[in-house]
Design a protein around this ligand. Structure first.
Ligand code: MRU
Length: 369
């Protein structure tokens, strides 16, 4: 999507054919800096430190990480080491494992001299496929937005609430939750987005607001606790969130606080949709609450806040008393019963096993391997 009027992706291959570049998302919205990743270690650090983040982008970065590892050493042992290093970076988003499995399945049978070129080609394809998937999600989600727009007075705005950043920065381009929003905006619909700030890392306030702003989409940043109030007053037409992993029975794991939005949505009769690219489905898991590993992150994300001061400096300040214990669970699980529908590249599905398996039979076979 656009930054300062120019089209850019979150990750790309440089013209030298092997250096991987990515936007350093830790510095947004204050500074726009591109990081160059030239080793598998650098790709792993980028994922772990959240220089890149968001389930689909984590997968694409890991795929490029495997390609960078191949460049240094094409042996079987090096392939396994790179897989282990990358898989250990973050536990919850299943796209990481999906991408690494794709790369290993392709590379393992090839003679070592062919592996580097094949790895770069597949990593590039994974990035392109992500864009095509998100455009598919966009088209199916647009139909939902247009149906709501048609039920309103001509020109009356459609209000979407979203949580965290499931925008183009979380993917290679377009985003998942934002793809229908960008399409609706491009088609001239009067669309407005309520952007949850998404404590503790503030991906909504710092990333979603930044990308919507650069693309000219009307939006309002709200504290995380505001959504229920807005829904009670008819100020939210639909919720669209992203997801880091959806189980075979349709449970949705996403950024902490998503579950509370789903509860408020159900209580107020607001449709709660989840934008789901197929690599985010984990058919090997049934019960999301019991089985999905929930990342716990550093206490400093809760105790400290970083921002720009009036005189332009970036400063970090402490907001919690010294000595107070802190818990920082990064994700939660929204049970399938609270999900109105899953917006996938193959249509809007019921959040249940039959619908997911019918739409993505090839992925159920993967899980059985
Ligand atoms: O911890 P993050 O920033 O990687 O979490 C991102 C989210 O929770 C997104 O909503 C999710 O990955 C979907 S991204 C299309």
């Amino acid at each position: 999507m656009k930054v300062d009027g120019k089209h850019i992706r979150s990750i790309w291959l440089e013209p030298d054919g092997w250096t991987v570049s990515a936007i350093d998302q830790r510095l947004l919205p204050h500074d726009f800096v591109v990081a160059r990743l030239t080793t598998c270690d650098a790709a792993a650090d980028a994922i772990r430190s959240m220089l890149v983040r968001g389930a689909p982008l984590i997968g694409a970065t890991a795929a490029y990480g495997m390609a960078l590892a191949r460049r240094a050493d094409s042996s079987d042992a090096a392939l396994d080491r790179a897989y282990q290093k990358l898989i250990a970076t973050r536990p919850t988003a299943i796209n990481l494992k999906w991408a690494l499995d794709e790369m290993r399945r392709l590379l393992r049978p090839l003679p070592p001299p062919q592996r580097t070129a094949a790895a770069y080609a597949r990593a590039g394809d994974i990035a392109e496929e992500d864009i095509a998937i998100n455009q598919g999600i966009g088209r199916h989600g647009l139909a939902l937005i247009e149906a709501i727009a048609a039920s309103k007075k001509p020109g009356e705005r459609v209000n979407v609430l979203t949580h965290c950043n499931a925008g183009w920065l979380a993917t290679v381009d377009w985003g998942t939750a934002t793809a229908p929003i960008y399409l609706a905006h491009e088609r001239g619909h009067n669309i407005h987005v309520w952007v949850d700030e998404t404590r503790p890392r503030n991906q909504g306030a710092s990333l979603t607001a930044w990308e919507l702003g650069h693309h000219g989409v009307p939006h309002t940043v709200i504290p995380d606790n505001t959504g229920g109030h807005l829904m009670q007053h008819g100020m939210v037409d639909l919720v669209i969130t992203g997801t880091d992993r959806v189980t075979a029975n349709g449970d949705v794991c996403n950024k902490i606080g998503t579950y509370l939005k789903a509860l408020a949505a159900q209580d107020n009769g607001v449709p709660f949709y989840v934008a789901l690219p197929s690599p985010t489905i984990d058919f090997s898991v049934d019960d999301g609450i019991a089985e999905i590993p929930i990342e716990q992150r550093g206490a400093e994300e809760v105790t400290d806040m970083t921002g720009r001061t009036a005189d332009g400096r970036i400063e970090t300040v402490r907001i919690v008393p010294a000595g107070s214990p802190v818990a920082n669970y990064a994700f939660d699980v929204t049970p399938a019963r609270l999900v109105t529908g899953l917006i996938t590249e193959r249509g809007v599905l019921k959040a249940d096993r039959a619908a997911l398996a019918a739409a993505f039979p090839e992925r159920t076979a993967d899980a059985a391997e």
